[in-house]
Ligand binder design. Structure first.
Ligand SMILES: NC(=O)c1ccc[n+]([C@@H]2O[C@H](COP(=O)([O-])OP(=O)(O)OC[C@H]3O[C@@H](n4cnc5c(N)ncnc54)[C@H](O)[C@@H]3O)[C@@H](O)[C@H]2O)c1
Length: 342
């Protein structure tokens, strides 16, 4: 299949593209490249890419693709809270516009990276895809709106599917340090302390970046009836863990590391445990990576690729990188790339 992957130079995209290529797909990327240089170790081999802001995509750029995998977004809660209007502009409006243009251009499948954080605070019970959506942040809110608005334009020739991914973990050459397991392993390696700022009790569903990539690959090839306008939670019940359990898994694999739970960030209302049965049943998708295996992989990669405290606290933190691009005059207040050749 000819597949366009937006956000291909991000944390997940960098893991997903080679997996799709290995599956025989012809992949083109589309990305404004905010984090293109945020690489740990050797630079990855990117596919041919369209260097454009999502807000400026044209239908002509989408012609000829069988499927669009839409990952590009301002992709975490602190970022969304800092710039709520721009988060809605990029994550919501530009995403719906992308879907409309893709449909107009004859693209038949639209695979959207949504999130389990659409469930917000859900207590101790398992939530499945029919649970009420209670987004707690502008980021999660934008994901709900895209699901609704894109579902509304589905028809016989245009099949959207919404992959509600658990919080990712695991090594990607374009690392992110601002997601829980990657963050805790980094602290453990750099300081010997697995520092938990909450009280450790919130539930988090986790899934490895490679498993997310695999889920998208499965949705590219699934019978259209299995994906048409469906939402799927992507992850595995065995990785529904409390933050304290995740921290203990880290201390188990990083020699000499100890867990310190400070509780200084106060109560964290984002707590939910997720049911992943639908993707297993209807897509045959099963996430493979466990949290201990992921922690061990991260430990190895951080150590072997020479992770430094400086890079860990800035290069691989989305918010810090965008701020730095702004300070260097490379993006404007709306986070648009400033042309440097004019
Ligand atoms: N990583 C996770 O834990 C997780 C969990 C659930 C869902 N998701 C979703 O998966 C997707 C990818 O996440 P990620 O972790 O790879 O994020 P990321 O921040 O690493 O990558 C996002 C990519 O999108 C690009 N992008 C952002 N705004 C753009 C714009 N206006 N125009 C063009 N490109 C733009 C960035 O340059 C970047 O390469 C996001 O939609 C995210 O919300 C991620």
């Amino acid at each position: 299949m000819r597949v366009l992957v937006t956000g291909h130079q991000g944390y997940l995209g960098t893991v997903m593209v080679p997996l799709l290529q290995a599956g025989g797909h012809e992949v083109t990327g589309l990305d404004t490249g905010y984090f293109a240089d945020c690489v740990l170790g050797a630079a990855p081999q990117d596919p041919p890419g369209i260097p454009v802001d999502l807000r400026d995509v044209t239908a002509a750029q989408l012609a000829g693709f069988d499927a669009v995998i839409h990952l590009a977004a301002l992709s975490n809660d602190p970022l969304g809270a800092l710039v709520p209007e721009i988060t809605h502009d990029i994550n919501h409006h530009a995403s719906v516009r992308l879907a409309r243009l893709a449909k107009e251009a004859g693209v038949r499948r639209f695979l959207y990276a949504s999130t389990c954080s659409v469930y917000g605070s859900a207590g101790d019970g398992l939530v499945d895809e029919s649970a009420p959506l209670r987004p707690l942040t502008p980021y999660a809110e934008s994901k709900v709106r895209v699901e609704d608005d894109v579902a509304a334009i589905a028809d016989d020739g245009f099949a959207p599917v919404f992959l509600r991914n658990a919080t990712a973990f695991g090594f990607s050459p374009r690392l992110r340090a601002d997601i829980v397991l990657n963050n805790l392993v980094g602290h453990a390696v750099l300081s010997g302390v697995v520092k938990v700022l909450s009280d450790g009790t919130p539930w988090r569903p986790l899934v490895h970046a490679e498993d997310i990539a695999e889920a998208f690959a499965v949705c590219l090839e699934a019978p259209v009836e299995a994906i048409h306008c469906r939402a799927y939670n992507i992850g595995t019940e065995r990785n529904n863990r409390t933050v304290a359990e995740i921290a203990n898994a880290v201390a188990d694999v990083v020699p000499g590391a100890e867990v310190v739970i400070t509780g200084e960030s106060g109560a964290d209302p984002r707590s939910y445990r997720v049911d992943f049965a639908a993707a297993r049943r209807d897509l045959g998708f099963e996430a493979r990576w466990s949290i201990p295996d992921g922690a061990a992989q991260l430990y190895r990669e951080y150590r072997d690729r020479g992770l430094t405290a400086d890079a860990f606290g800035s290069t691989f933190v989305r918010l810090a990188t965008l701020r730095a691009l702004g300070e260097r005059g490379l993006i404007d207040a709306e986070l648009r790339r400033v042309r440097t050749d004019a």
